[in-house]
Design a protein around this ligand. Structure first.
Ligand SMILES: [Zn+2]
Length: 179
């Protein structure tokens, strides 16, 4: 567990097969998590998040969602039956673009390309951008060769991301990076 800000922590899995997990704490013991890993992350065994925001439905990001979790969100275009996907039964489509919770102010951006329903989440008060598998550190970006991927769309999404006002990139795999 790595502390990114006073109330935001990162579970870095160090494995290509499992996503990073970000935990936002509202100061009252409640957690909002961004991505859930592949289901093998022990830190989540004793945690029931109040909110779960998925960046997309690849199994290494969505496979850790447990059936009794509430308020699990996924972009409507990622409710698809394709290879490497897990759409949790309790997931519903984001029906908001902004989400204020505790001290956090989260903006949801649709950034297709890695998958059709990939999103990025900007936490405006701390300047953290949760970029899923769209953008990684060292100029790397998500692959588009899996079913549902689209090269032209990810290029547009990356241009959009570059214009966003953030300080720290928090990707779905690998290390964080200062902008
Ligand atoms: Zn992915």
């Amino acid at each position: 567990m790595q502390k990114l800000t006073e109330n935001i922590q990162m579970i870095r899995t160090d494995e290509r097969t499992c996503s990073n997990i970000y935990l936002l704490d509202n100061g009252k013991g409640e957690k909002l998590i961004i991505d859930s890993g592949d289901g093998g992350v022990q830190e989540l065994d004793s945690l029931t998040p109040t909110y779960t925001f998925l960046t997309h439905s690849h199994h290494d990001h969505s496979g850790g969602v447990k059936p009794d979790w509430q308020n699990v969100y996924l972009h409507e275009r990622d409710f698809v039956k394709l290879l490497f996907r897990i759409v949790p039964k309790n997931a519903r489509a984001y029906d908001f673009k902004n989400f204020k919770w505790g001290t956090f102010n989260l903006e949801i951006y649709w950034t297709p390309g890695h998958t059709e329903g990939s999103i990025c989440i900007l936490e405006k008060n701390n300047g953290l951008l949760f970029s899923g598998d769209t953008k990684f550190a060292d100029g790397d970006r998500g692959r588009t060769d899996l079913p549902g991927g689209n090269e032209e769309k990810i290029i547009d999404s990356l241009k959009f991301i570059d214009k966003l006002d953030y300080k720290l990139l928090c990707p779905g795999h690998g290390p964080t990076e200062q902008k």
